[in-house]
Design a protein around this ligand. Structure first.
Ligand code: ATP
Ligand code: MG
Length: 307
């Protein structure tokens, strides 16, 4: 089934040619160039999930990868994380080809992926096993990130004793413990209730603003448009069948502490992205979503942004 609405195809015509940039981006922490992923089923039929996608996560930014279910968001994220190998194309970190899991990145999963037989502090320390740290250094590092995510006092609890929101705080702490420059999050809040999800979005933004544990950039996969508008500096819209980036939207709304998606300008952007994703926009309207070159400087913080 083809989920790609026709308007997104038209937006794609106006999008910057992100896949044709000849040089690696100098400020990119992770950069995928011309990434494709294809699976072959038992009957030998080929299924192209991602096609010729070029994308960079630069220093000091939050990027949202927005798209329909099945568009290939997780596949793209996993290629960028070095967890799966692209069929074509190459991933680079700091300008060097990636040959395994990205060393300066950590993943946060929708399902939390905690080990049920380990306590909170042991779950958090798990990524530190190969780090060149003494036992007490590992414990101190784990305690620091547990405190940072608001779980002080829960160190000896087991996952089954925690709420979903607390489990995801553990997932976040475990990722932060390895001091990643890039946090790669795959629908991290979609299993949580509205209020808890909102608390955790705010927490991630704060941790990012504080550059906690050296955190520089966040790439979040979502199909929640408001989440993308609230959190991201750039939104990459993924079209489907096969997955490819069909538009890039810069979000120049101020970070005031309040939910940017609930401001007037934020709501306008939400409506436009929604209409674009559902194919409800006219061609002209769809193309009027502001598409930016990758090196655009932020402009005005509020009005006149996406006209
Ligand atoms: N290991 C695999 N083998 C075969 N097909 C796969 C594999 N992984 C993913 N796919 C297929 O690739 C397509 C995209 O999957 P992916 O998980 O990347 O989508 P998604 O955008 O993350 O969707 P969702 O929002 O539902 O998580 C789907 O059709 C899926 O069945
Ligand atoms: Mg997914």
């Amino acid at each position: 089934m083809n989920f790609a609405p026709p308007n997104l195809e038209r937006v794609a015509l106006a999008a910057p040619a992100m896949s044709e940039s000849p040089e690696l981006q100098r400020d990119a922490l992770i950069e995928g160039r011309c990434l494709s992923k294809q699976y072959t089923n038992d009957r030998g039929q080929k299924h192209v999930v991602c096609s010729n996608i070029s994308v960079a996560l630069r220093k000091r930014e939050i990027v949202a990868l927005l798209g329909h279910s099945g568009a290939g968001k997780s596949t793209l994220l996993r290629m960028l994380a070095g967890l799966i190998t692209p069929t074509d194309g190459q991933v680079f970190t700091h300008g060097q080809p990636l040959t395994g899991p990205a060393p300066d990145a950590a993943m946060v999963f929708q399902s939390f992926a905690l080990l049920p037989w380990l306590t909170v502090i042991d779950n958090v320390q798990i990524g530190l096993e190969r780090a060149n740290l003494t036992r007490s250094e590992r414990k101190a590092r784990a305690q620091s990130v547990i405190d940072a995510v608001g779980l002080h006092g829960c160190e000896q609890s087991f996952p089954k004793q925690l709420s979903g929101g607390m489990c995801q705080r553990v997932g976040l702490a475990r990722a932060l413990a390895v001091r990643p420059q890039a946090l790669l999050m795959d629908e991290p809040f979609s299993a949580l209730d509205v209020q808890t999800a909102q608390q955790l979005r705010t927490l991630v933004i704060e941790l990012w603003q504080q550059q906690r544990e050296g955190l520089s950039s966040v790439l979040i996969v979502t199909h929640n448009i408001e989440e993308a508008v609230q959190m991201a500096d750039r939104i990459l819209v993924l079209g489907s069948t096969p997955g490819r980036i069909v538009s890039e939207v810069a979000v120049h709304l101020l970070r005031t502490g309040a939910n940017r998606a609930h401001t007037e300008e934020g709501q306008r952007l939400v409506r436009r992205l929604y209409a674009s994703l559902t194919g409800a926009l006219s061609t002209d309207e769809a193309c009027s979503i502001r598409l930016t070159e990758s090196n655009d400087e932020p402009q005005k913080p509020d009005s006149e942004q996406e006209n």
